[in-house]
Design a protein. Structure first.
Length: 139
């Protein structure tokens, strides 16, 4: 299989096998007008297998907090002129804003439109977040 490299854009690498489609949907990559490649189950000496997403668009701004929540351990490579100019190793973010939503029907975010859904990481080992307003837990 031959997947061309990109000259300017973003490569999301070291994605947990099988997670690439969830990331594709969450980041709304289907709305982009540029080429997007999803490569699943690539052999990896580090992980055994991994997924990769290549986005051939220099203007695409990736939400690293959302991506860190969806798949901590993945990496984001920023490509310019065919070279990696920046590499970000993602972890669970300490704070999420409008990435997940509070399920508590009495939370102010459920009643007042336009209020940001803010969650703070309370137990990283369990990937457990807590609503900043009502303290409802969410994984």
């Amino acid at each position: 299989m031959n997947i061309d490299g990109i000259q300017s854009g973003v490569v999301i690498d070291h994605i947990t096998p099988g997670k690439s489609m969830e990331i594709y949907r969450y980041l709304h990559l289907d709305r982009l007008e540029c080429p997007v490649a999803i490569i699943k189950n690539v052999k990896s000496s580090h992980m055994g297998k991994k997924d990769i997403i290549k986005i051939d668009d220099a203007t695409f701004d990736i939400d690293v907090d959302a991506l860190g929540y969806l798949d901590p351990g993945s990496t984001v490579n920023i490509i310019r002129n065919g070279e990696i100019v920046e590499k970000k190793h993602l972890e669970l973010p300490q704070k999420l804003v409008n990435v997940i939503h509070c399920k508590n029907p009495r939370c102010i975010t459920s009643v007042e439109p336009g209020i940001n859904h803010i969650f703070e990481l309370v137990r990283p080992e369990e990937r457990l977040y807590c609503c900043a307003y009502c303290e409802t837990e969410r994984t």
